[in-house]
Design a protein around this ligand. Structure first.
Ligand SMILES: C[S@@+](CC[C@H](N)C(=O)[O-])C[C@H]1O[C@@H](n2cnc3c(N)ncnc32)[C@H](O)[C@@H]1O
Length: 231
């Protein structure tokens, strides 16, 4: 198994087969079902952890490579770094970080009662580090017909939902709320299994946004809601 990675501002170019598949899957899940999924989002994630316990997501050992701020933001050696992970799940992102760096203090929150939940108001002048599914990720193209909730928004069999972010949407979200955009780009990875002749195109959207220091509500936050195939 080999893994190739590149980054870019443009979305992945689809093959004609992939385009056709997306165009033929335009029917949306009914309003009633959408509302039910929204109301039951917390319950569905909680049931997900009941079924999978800590066995679903792989530990994410790439966070300090992708977000070098996690190391370089310190003003002096040994300075304690405080961060918040929103949607921490069972800690596949946090625990490798805490193991690697003893000077990290982390708050974590997740709406599944099976996950640890803490809340913290964060200090000024820090960054929001973002990583989630990107447009046309392999998993987006694998959704069956009648799983579509809206543009780039899909539901799995178990009721958990996935949104596939575009670079433009993330810019609107953060810049519209007063953040400065530092980085906002697609991360393209290809998982190649030579034996089986398979090449799986993974796409993530990765961003860094900074709240101008004058705003006291600035956050230092890491958000990751990617899926089970960790880069
Ligand atoms: C795909 S998992 C990722 C977990 C973890 N960040 C990781 O990297 O392994 C997404 C997590 O986000 C949580 N989540 C989804 N929507 C949420 C919300 N509105 N509020 C709090 N947590 C949420 C889910 O319960 C789930 O644990």
């Amino acid at each position: 198994m080999a893994c190739l990675q590149r980054k870019g501002l443009q979305a992945r170019i689809l093959t004609s087969e992939e385009k056709e598949k997306l165009q033929s899957d335009q029917a949306l899940v009914s309003d009633f079902k959408q509302q039910k999924l929204e109301n039951e989002a917390q319950k569905n994630w909680d049931l997900f952890y009941k079924r999978n316990s800590t066995n679903f997501f792989k530990d994410r050992h790439w966070t300090t490579r992708e977000f070098e701020e996690l190391k370089s933001c310190r003003e002096f050696e040994g300075q304690k770094l405080t961060l918040l992970e929103a949607g921490c799940g069972v800690g596949n992102c946090l625990f490798p970080l805490l193991e690697e760096d003893l000077n990290i203090f982390a708050y974590a929150c997740d709406f599944s009662p099976r996950a640890v939940e803490y809340v913290k108001v964060l200090k000024p002048g820090k960054n929001v580090l973002f990583r989630d599914y990107g447009l046309y990720d392999h998993t987006m193209l694998r959704f069956k017909a009648s799983s579509k909730l809206g543009e780039n928004f899909y539901v799995r069999q178990d009721g958990t939902r996935s949104y596939f972010f575009t670079e433009e949407f993330l810019t609107r979200l953060f810049v519209g709320s007063g953040y400065e955009e530092v980085v906002n780009e697609y991360v393209f990875r290809e998982t190649v299994n030579k034996k089986e002749g398979l090449c799986v195109p993974r796409v993530f959207l990765q961003g860094k946004f900074r709240r101008p220091p004058r705003d006291l509500s600035t956050a230092a936050l890491y958000h990751q809601a990617g899926d089970c195939i960790s880069p």
